[in-house]
Design a protein around this ligand. Structure first.
Ligand code: ADP
Ligand code: MG
Length: 413
């Protein structure tokens, strides 16, 4: 079935065709009718398979149908996302697909002043996309009223229902009307989260695409055994052999992100970092540059592991193994989006082998191991600019030493 045949508002079809989407992806094919019928949905599908449009298209249609001309009397749809970047990206999809509708979309997140956000909310917003922190601030100040919400979406639902956020989500429910439609979307889900989701809504329709294969089939992923202290040499080697490709490098902590950036700088490679200690403006600029390919190498913490859709990221490097098995799926899923092909490689040190086991257990199969002989391993290290610099420095020192000696000798004679 093509989008043209869908029973949805013509203006939305026009935007879909402008975006170049011809037919729905599997998850869109299965979710759109259920959402249009007003059902609660728990939808699980691999990374990069179009989950955003799977909820945005039917939501825009439902709200457009229900909206009385020109009137906006409170937020009708609330979409919660874990990070600023994902919230802004989702706002973009609502804006693009909703261009020819009467639906107003707005995004709120922390790290910026709240006054302009309050002002905009007062002017009337139909769809609000938010990160939980700022949303709660505004709710507790009475600046955001959620009594008219008809549809609640939790994108990256397993993460949003996980430890850090679950209390917030339960609190949020008290501010929402009892009668509403709730939609959960993610690429990963476990039993605990499934029962949590069930405790929030009764009997959601469960839609799961490729449950046995959480990593999309267009992503080739492998692991190389590299010790902690050698990782920088291997990253340098990968970057040099993938010249001009867009590479996303995941590290465990913010401090390590900055360290990797510095290590790359030392060998003449330009990169940028993104993590929670950077300001919102910096984060936005870095993402923009990475999106438009001015920036080729982005070193990130798990802040960009979930949901971020950047075209043409050809390679993901797990410089450090992820902390959770789920995050492996999300990190590698930043490549191979839609119909693109992608590659991911993970560096696993002796200390990280346990995590690798967990990741493989979660995937239900082993990850391809790259065999590196001792000779090749040493070759990669020796070839590093850092080592060449060390060599040059050593030679220079040696030269100076010889010059000194010869001067002394000259003096003697
Ligand atoms: P997910 O949330 O499943 O990880 P996204 O919603 O971010 O994936 O979509 C991934 C990419 O696929 C986006 O760039 C989006 O524009 C594209 N896409 C979505 N739906 C379609 C479609 N029906 N046809 C072609 N491309 C699509
Ligand atoms: Mg998504």
């Amino acid at each position: 079935m093509k989008f043209e045949q869908y029973p949805i508002f013509e203006g939305i079809k026009k935007s879909i065709s402008k975006l170049g989407f011809k037919k729905p992806t599997d998850i869109q094919y299965k979710s759109i009718p259920a959402i249009l019928r007003g059902e609660d949905v728990l939808a699980i599908a691999q990374t990069g398979t179009g989950k955003t449009a799977a909820f945005v298209i039917p939501i825009l249609h439902l709200l457009q149908e229900r909206k009385i001309k020109g009137r906006t009397d409170g937020v009708k749809c609330l979409v919660l996302a874990p990070t600023h970047e994902l919230a802004l990206q989702t706002e973009g999809v609502f804006n693009e697909l909703g261009k020819y509708t009467r639906i107003n979309t707005f995004c709120i997140h922390g790290g910026v002043e709240q006054e302009p956000q309050i002002q905009r909310l007062n002017e009337g917003v139909d769809v609000l996309i938010a990160t939980p922190g700022r949303m709660f601030d505004l709710v507790s100040q009475g600046a955001l009223i959620l009594r008219r919400v008809e549809i609640l979406v939790l994108d990256e639902a397993d993460h949003m229902l996980d430890l850090g956020f679950i209390k917030d989500i339960r609190d949020l429910m008290r501010h929402l009307p009892l009668k509403r439609q709730t939609l959960f979307f993610s690429a990963t889900i476990n039993e605990k989260i499934k029962s949590l989701a069930n405790s929030l809504v009764s009997n959601p329709i469960r839609i799961q695409i490729s449950p046995k294969n959480p990593v999309a089939k267009n992503i080739q992923h492998s692991v190389a055994f590299v010790e902690m202290d050698d990782k920088r040499f291997f990253l340098e080697s990968i970057i040099r052999s993938n010249e001009n490709k867009k590479i996303l490098v995941f590290v465990r902590t913010k401090v390590r992100a900055e360290r990797v950036k510095k290590a790359l700088e030392r060998v003449g490679l330009l990169s940028e970092t993104i993590h929670s200690s950077r300001t919102h403006t910096e984060r936005e600029l870095v993402m923009e540059n990475f999106r438009n390919s001015e920036l080729k190498i982005l070193v990130a913490t798990d802040i960009t592991a979930r949901g971020i859709d950047i075209p043409a990221v050809e390679l993901v490097v797990n410089y450090d193994m992820p902390e959770t098995a789920e995050n492996y799926v999300h990190r590698v899923g930043r490549t191979g989006r839609g119909a693109e092909k992608g590659q991911a490689i993970s560096f696993c040190s002796s200390e990280e082998k346990e995590v690798l086991n967990e990741v493989e257990n979660n995937l239900g199969k082993p990850i391809l191991k790259i065999e590196i002989s001792k000779k090749d391993y040493e070759f990669v290290i020796d070839l590093s600019e850092e080592k060449l610099h060390d060599w040059k420095a050593l030679l220079l020192e040696e030269e100076k030493r010889i010059q000194k000696i010869s001067k002394k000798k000259k003096k003697k004679f």
